[in-house]
Write a protein that binds this ligand. Sequence first.
Ligand code: ATP
Ligand code: MG
Length: 288
Amino acid sequence: MDNKALLRMAVQAKGRLNEESIELLGEAGITVEESKRKLVARCGGFPVEVLYLRDDDIPQAVAMGVADIGIVGLNEVEEKGYTVDILHKLGFGACRLSLAVPKGAGYDGTGWFAGKRIATSYPSILRRYFEGAGIRAEIHEIAGSVEIAPSVGMADAIFDIVSSGGTLVRNGLTEVETVMDSEAVLVGDPAMDEQKRAVVRQLLFRFEAVERSRGMKYVLMNLPRERVDEAVALLPGMKSPTVLPLADKGWCSLHAVIRESDLWERIEGLKAIGAEDILVLTMEKIIP
Ligand code: ATP
Ligand code: MG
């Protein structure tokens, strides 16, 4: 790998996206040298190094080419407005940006916000939303603890990140409008050269193999031979299940990939047609 371009990847130094970003790299066979105190960490297993930043700074770092790629929430990308390529959605860090009002505020539609004070850390996204909806409201940018602004009299409503909604409930707020859905994305410097792009494609190939295996289980079982057709009908696997002969001619071994959410229903069906000794194994990667 020595002749390949070295990619620099921006990752959140600490916070909600840090752990899952590093975990994704690990699953893709990339080990990040420990020591978060360092700004740049070297990696094994792939020509990449990790630049630890605050998530707010990642879109700019990638747009400027300080990092070639980065993992950051789509919400930050949209808010900061820097030109970066969204290379891939990563499926973690899911949340939404929503407007919330105090319970009992008599919310009756977006017109309610006219002339109101809205506290947020995402003023650009909110401004664009209000402009699109033709609403004139006062946007108050605050850096943290947006959810307490209404109760201390700093705002009439808030616009903030919501995931479970628990924080809103604890602060007596009701979510009334979802403005955008977000998740962690891999962003890239639009000016990256072809050599680096080739390395990014290899990285995405690994990420996709990891993603495909998420929520999938590898299941093997023994089955009476004459029930194979029924089992195949029950198992819409990747292609069709693999059937292997056993020493006992009346039986075979059946292997299949099953989505975890369907697992118990499928297993009950298989048991009903005589499947025995069912093993359920974790999958690591699926490479088509
Ligand atoms: P930094 O110190 O890097 O600026 P931060 O405090 O701004 O960190 P975090 O709270 O760590 O940010 O959140 C990082 C990202 O995680 C958010 O921008 C968002 O994309 C995502 N996220 C997912 N769920 C949530 C949630 N419930 N609350 C906040 N962020 C969430
Ligand atoms: Mg931040």
